[in-house]
Design a protein around this ligand. Structure first.
Ligand code: ATP
Ligand code: MG
Length: 403
């Protein structure tokens, strides 16, 4: 609830949170409504929800201001009055430690009669829970950092106690550099009776889940899909390309350095997004111009002239140059034509060379042709670089995907 949501001033983060948490618990979310701070609309929505569902969760509208309507609207819908809880006022006084409390905070001491307060250790407004008819109703504050802990500490245990839940059992996998329709065909060919699948496109991969059947059936579908498509491209679990590389480096106790051209630092960003990345990541060079490729990475100018910056020769040299910059165990280099301009007949937009090297061996390079926008080409390049490097670090060996 909140006019700031319906007027588009803030983006809803709650459905994402509740969608995941409630699905995990085995509840099906049948509806999500965003409402302005309007008494009549709010009341109509509560009435509709309690007629349709077993559980209603309301977020927001618990603050101290006159447009915070949740207490009153829920009480009205339940056909009860509001009950004053003096302990909330004492807790507010303790929290404000000497500073003057606004009389407006009084509002936060009320909850619908017969409802139970839910503590809010991260803010001033407590939540409350109770029933309207047989329907379980939970009211939580709007700020995500207040709502998350309250859900885990108060709502989840209560749901587990009061509702018989059947958590969804699923097996997850990630597909790298495989098109959505090819993955669909592969899953259809490998599926077992009773096993259903679903896919979601993420930045660097397609995440798929298998549901139904026994755990063994789902496992068999996953391994068959791996065998059909290739173990390089189908991975167990919901892990991103950078996370797979990170895991491999941690496991090998090895460090990485990168040299990026067309990805402009995206690979370094992905790696440093992972908490603890300093254990395995030395850093990266964004060498965009030919001059910088020569000056920092020592790529010979004559070679750049002969073969161009997007070439096997150039990425191999970038990779060697990156290794010379420090004492990292592994290096990755990326150079490609991200588009939309700059493509030629023999190097069309989407042509990307990626080299990987271990300090102890000669670098190797692969050429890719990625389709899509500039942004997509860059994401696919960073993702392929991660998978290539991960295969080198783990010694799995990389195989190109053939549709
Ligand atoms: P407060 O005491 O802070 O007023 P409240 O329970 O009244 O709490 P709201 O006023 O509805 O909650 O929202 C407070 C803040 O919480 C919003 O300004 C926004 O930053 C955040 N918030 C609320 N609803 C959402 C949402 N659906 N998604 C993301 N953030 C939200
Ligand atoms: Mg508010």
């Amino acid at each position: 609830v909140g006019t700031e949501l319906t007027e588009g001033r803030i983006q809803d983060a709650h459905l994402r949170f509740f969608g995941q948490e409630l699905t995990r618990l085995g509840l099906t979310v049948t509806r999500c409504a965003h409402l302005p701070d309007d008494r009549a609309l709010f009341r109509a929505e509560v009435d509709r929800s309690v007629a349709e569902a077993e559980v209603l969760i309301v977020t927001g509208g618990l603050g101290p201001t006159s447009d915070d309507l949740t207490r009153e609207v829920v009480a009205e819908a339940a056909g009860v009055g509001l009950h004053y809880h003096p302990e909330v006022w004492s807790a507010l006084e303790a929290r404000f430690a000497g500073r003057r409390l606004a009389e407006a905070n009084r509002r936060q001491c009320y909850a619908p009669e017969g409802f139970v307060l839910m503590a809010n250790p991260h803010g001033t407004a407590p939540g409350f829970r109770g029933r309207i008819g047989g329907v379980h109703v939970y009211a939580l504050p709007g700020p995500p950092r207040e709502l998350g802990p309250m859900f885990r500490d108060e709502v989840e245990p209560c749901l587990r106690r009061e509702i018989s839940l059947s958590p969804v059992e699923e097996t997850r996998g990630s597909a790298f550099h495989v098109g959505e329709s090819n993955l669909e065909d592969a899953l259809a060919r490998c599926s077992r009776p009773g096993v259903a699948w679903g896919t979601r496109i993420a930045d660097d991969r397609i995440v798929f889940h298998l549901r139904g059947g026994t755990a063994r059936d789902r496992e068999a579908v996953l391994t068959d899909t791996q065998a059909l498509v290739g173990a390089t491209h189908i991975r167990r679990g919901d892990r991103g390309a950078a996370e797979l590389l990170f895991d491999a480096l941690v496991e090998a106790r090895a460090r990485l350095i990168v040299a990026e051209s067309c990805t402009g630092g995206l690979l370094s960003t992905w790696l440093t997004d992972i908490p603890g990345s300093s254990r395995v990541f030395d850093g990266g060079v964004v060498a965009y111009s030919n001059e910088l490729k020569q000056a920092i990475l020592g790529v010979p100018g004559t070679m750049l002239l002969t073969h161009g910056a997007v070439s096997k020769e150039a990425v191999l040299e970038m990779c060697r140059g990156a290794l010379r910059l420090g004492d990292a165990d592994y290096a990755v280099a990326i150079s490609g034509v991200a588009g939309p301009d700059g493509g030629t007949e023999d190097k069309p937009v989407g042509t990307v060379w990626i080299a990987v090297a271990a300090r102890t061996s000669e670098p190797t390079a692969e050429c890719f042709l990625f389709r899509g926008s500039r942004e997509a080409v860059r994401r696919r390049s960073a993702s392929a670089a991660c998978i290539l490097a991960e295969c080198l670090v783990t010694g799995k060996g990389w195989k190109p995907y053939v549709a």
